[in-house]
Ligand binder design. Structure first.
Ligand SMILES: NC(=O)CC[C@H](N)C(=O)O
Length: 308
């Protein structure tokens, strides 16, 4: 694919920005300009980057941070220990639903990519204080995104924290059922901060390229995560990366994906590309509406569907 083809696809899909709605349960996200669409493709074979549209705009990573948090928790504890705390079942429920825990009287959160499982995941990151856990996660995110300038969006963090009572209820549920070993407010501080990091589509494409490249950073060929954890994470992204829209996404787009309510969307084309997309207006499941349409067009154009 060349620049011109990608520009055409962005132009074609820009019309969908007005069909979705910015997240507003985090008030700071409601204020973001909705008329934005950007994409970055990172080719892991040639190390070339292709970017079009609003690809250097910084936006809140939100739930895409659940991927690096899980990867770091696995690096810290080993995969089998993490899986003693969190299952990998696709839940089919909204990302913040308490049903992600309660169904089947589960003894663990059902999935690391819905909020209750993500809070549990964050609690598994090692550190002597919540600040140290956050710093370690930030360092890891800078490394996997190949960008040392990634930092906290203070306004979004304050907004998340002030309005985060559903997440608080999920964390207290975990604590009350002896599933959270750390203090609730400390874990939530790390979780709200990880969601409030400012990233670009370039950053997301780089992170996706490490997963596409079986855990090796394609830009320097050094291993960052184990192949085993890259494989596991891609699989969970395929079944649960887009919450209650994951089945539709897999059926119609056909690559591992992970979304965030800031409008970000990560796509992984194994052994080929890392993809990062940004467009703030969301569909009813909380996923970037124009972002999914654009990703589908790119996947079709490049024949990346893993089920083909
Ligand atoms: N789906 C999302 O991106 C949700 C992340 C957001 N910070 C929340 O916890 O509600």
């Amino acid at each position: 694919m060349n620049q011109k083809v990608l520009e055409e696809l962005v132009k074609k899909n820009k019309q969908y920005c007005c069909k979705g709605k910015n997240a507003d349960y985090i008030p700071a996200l409601a204020k973001i300009n909705p008329n934005q669409l950007g994409i970055t493709l990172y080719n892991i074979k040639t190390n070339e980057t292709l970017s079009v549209g609003d690809s250097s705009v910084r936006f809140a990573i939100e739930s895409i941070s659940k991927v690096p948090a899980l990867l770091l928790a696995i690096e810290d504890n080993g995969l089998s220990n993490v899986l003693k705390h969190i299952n990998t079942e696709a839940t089919g429920f909204a990302f913040n639903s308490p049903l992600n825990m309660e169904i089947n009287h589960a003894k663990h959160p059902l999935n690391p990519f819905v909020n209750i499982g993500a809070i549990e995941t964050t609690s598994l990151i090692k550190g002597n204080s919540s600040d140290e856990c956050y710093r370690r996660l930030l360092t890891f995110i800078k490394e996997i995104c190949h960008d040392n300038t990634i930092s906290l969006n203070e306004e979004i963090y304050q907004s998340e924290s002030k309005t985060g009572d559903i997440n608080r209820s999920l964390a207290y549920y975990l604590k009350g059922n002896n599933m959270l070993s750390k203090d609730v407010e400390g874990v939530l501080e790390v979780y709200f901060k990880q969601c409030s990091l400012n990233v670009t589509t370039q950053n997301i494409a780089m992170m996706a390229s490490v997963l596409a490249n079986k855990g090796m950073k394609p830009w320097d060929n050094k291993r960052l995560i184990s192949e085993e954890s890259a494989t596991l994470v891609k699989s969970v992204m395929t079944t649960a990366g887009l919450y209650d829209e994951s089945g539709e996404f897999s059926a119609h787009v056909g690559i591992p994906g992970k979304s965030g309510v800031g409008g970000g969307l990560m796509g992984v084309a194994p052994n080929q590309f890392g993809l990062g997309i940004f467009s703030p207006p969301l569909d009813s499941s909380g996923n970037s509406l124009a972002g999914i349409k654009l990703l589908k067009d790119v996947v079709d154009e490049l024949h990346l569907n893993i089920f083909d």
